[in-house]
Design a binder for this molecule. Structure first.
Ligand code: GRF
Length: 193
């Protein structure tokens, strides 16, 4: 990944819509010595997202944009990202689909985490679909974001074994624990590409 950082950390924005447990793990990671990133901005389309509390806790800037008018919100966001010199974007439970135009501006610099072993189970309800198909394994994937949903180049994956009495809830919990470890590893990997 070509980034204009010199010795500084890569200025990163994390986009969320909900509880933000991946955001929290990325912030914690960013404070370690091995982190190539610093989390400078939290963006959400949902003013009630629990994850927004981490902005206050960790003293990080936040921005809420409704995305009701996608074009308007994205253009506003692009200027906010520019002002904050953001170089990389991590989507972490962000429930809006970014337009081609937006993605082009950050090509190769937007990552997403998804709770399945892509290319299997793109989109929503990944746990239930994996259980319904009697999969033996599921897991999580960090991938680059391109214009197609959950379809960009895969950076890293982690397999999780599905146990006998697994439910959607228990599987989600198991996968989330792995997500928190996988996202930082994937960031280190893309930066060293
Ligand atoms: C995670 O399962 C992630 O894979 C998916 O949305 C969920 C976000 O969880 N894209 P959190 O908000 O990070 O806790």
């Amino acid at each position: 990944m070509v980034l204009s950082t010199g010795t500084n950390r890569i200025r990163t924005a994390v986009f969320i819509s909900g509880k933000g447990s991946n955001l929290k793990s990325l912030i914690k990671f960013s404070k370690t010595n091995k982190s190539p990133i610093s989390v400078e901005l939290i963006v959400s389309n949902n003013s009630k997202a629990k994850g927004l509390n981490y902005a206050k806790i960790y003293k990080i800037k936040k921005k809420v944009l409704s995305f009701k008018n996608k074009n308007f919100s994205e253009n506003k966001l692009l200027s906010i990202l520019k002002i904050n010199k953001i170089e990389m974007i991590c989507l972490a439970g962000f429930m809006k689909i970014l337009s081609n135009n937006f993605i082009k501006k950050f090509r190769g610099k937007i990552l997403n985490i998804h709770p399945s072993l892509l290319p299997k189970y793109r989109g929503l309800n990944t746990y239930e679909r994996a259980l319904k198909n009697k999969e033996k394994y599921s897991g999580c994937t960090v991938h680059f974001v391109n214009s197609k949903l959950d379809s960009g180049k895969i950076v890293l994956q982690k397999k999780v074994k599905i146990s006998k009495n697994e439910t959607g809830t228990s599987l989600a919990k198991k996968i989330l624990i792995e997500e928190h470890k996988l996202y930082p590893k994937a960031i280190i990997k893309v930066v060293n590409f």
